[in-house]
Write a protein of this length. Structure first.
Length: 336
């Protein structure tokens, strides 16, 4: 018997989720809910989904459809409320980032999850870039020495410019609905990747920001200085104002590793003598092309976790730590 899947939020990201579920043999899309009748109907027709709901009827979808799984792809401010309702209806959950926009929402979700045996995944699809596990092995096997500094630069032209919305509601630029600016949008990915590669962070030590190019209240351009539990220093720079970039730099006592996630040849290193290292050799010239996009690989992983009833990562804690990172940085705004 196939897992019954419903989705809330049939916008651009929701459609990527839907296409992923259609390609998984263990799933059956049975219901879709969205903000408007038009977007819900379009998704229903495109993916042959029988149950169609719109507006506040996402609650009725959870009540009526006896779902095994729900994907939450709604605007940020709705994630926590929808997650809690999905838990009440015994649904395993895949939630888009950020999973919440306040400490209170995070606490409410965590309390509900602790009372359940449900599987929860945070939609950190960047983890599924095929070069990242190899980079992690290089770090863990000391190929570039003891790590002392990491940096991630992640930028594009911003919402509604780098991609076209299906919804007319431009909530990304509404502080109350988005929960913040570019750091809440892109920074959650950045801290998740650095946590995955070098370990847990301990604190935010600085936050520099501007509103440089968008007509918004919050930041569209910023850098955050962080310290990890292993005393590694880090800088995360995210922007909605610059040329597309997605580059991780990892510095150690023996050299540095650069990962360009936009490149077909994503790996480079210095000094050249490192190419003699067995771990560098293993992944330097490897073919990192893949048949599936990261979001679909994440969905397959999520489905396997639901079937096996074994919680794996990226889980709730990963999503929680990413939001906590952003909120901690925002707490330093007044001290600039």
């Amino acid at each position: 018997m196939k897992l019954k899947v419903g989705l809330i939020g049939a916008g651009g990201f929701g459609n990527i989720h839907l296409s992923g579920y259609t390609k998984n043999n263990y799933c059956q899309l049975v219901a879709v809910a969205s903000g408007t009748k038009k977007s819900a109907t379009l998704a229903s027709e495109k993916y042959n989904i029988p149950g169609v709901y719109w507006g506040d009827d996402w609650k009725r979808m959870l009540e009526n459809e006896n779902l095994d799984i729900v994907s939450i792809c709604s605007p940020n401010y709705l994630h926590a409320e929808m997650t809690i309702e999905a838990i009440k209806h015994n649904c395993n959950i895949l939630c888009e980032k950020p999973i919440a926009i306040s400490y209170q929402e995070l606490n409410n979700i965590e309390m509900m999850l602790r009372k359940s045996n449900l599987i929860y995944f945070t939609s950190f699809q960047k983890r599924y870039n095929p070069c990242l596990p190899y980079a992690k092995s290089v770090i863990e096997n000391n190929a570039i020495g003891e790590i002392n500094f990491v940096r991630h630069i992640f930028s594009h032209y911003g919402p509604y410019t780098s991609w076209k919305p299906l919804s007319q509601e431009k909530w990304f630029f509404n502080a109350d609905k988005a929960g913040g600016g570019v750091l809440m949008d892109l920074g959650v990915h950045s801290i998740d990747l650095l946590r995955y590669l070098v370990g847990e962070y301990s604190k935010v030590e600085g936050f520099s920001y501007n509103t440089s190019c968008k007509d918004i209240v919050n930041e569209d351009n910023c850098s955050v200085l962080i310290r990890f539990l292993n005393d590694v220093l880090g800088v995360i720079t995210v922007s909605w104002c610059n040329e597309p970039s997605d580059v991780i730099e990892i510095y150690g006592t023996k050299g540095m590793l650069k990962i360009d996630l936009h490149s077909r040849e994503p790996i480079s290193f210095k000094p050249k003598i490192l190419k003699k290292n067995q771990y560098i050799k293993m992944f330097w010239k490897k073919d990192y092309s893949q048949n599936k996009i990261g979001q679909h690989l994440l969905i397959d992983h999520f489905i396997n976790s639901v079937i096996s009833k074994k919680q794996e990562q990226p889980d709730f804690i990963d999503g929680k730590r990413a939001v906590e990172f952003v909120l901690e940085a925002y707490s330093k705004k007044n001290s600039r």
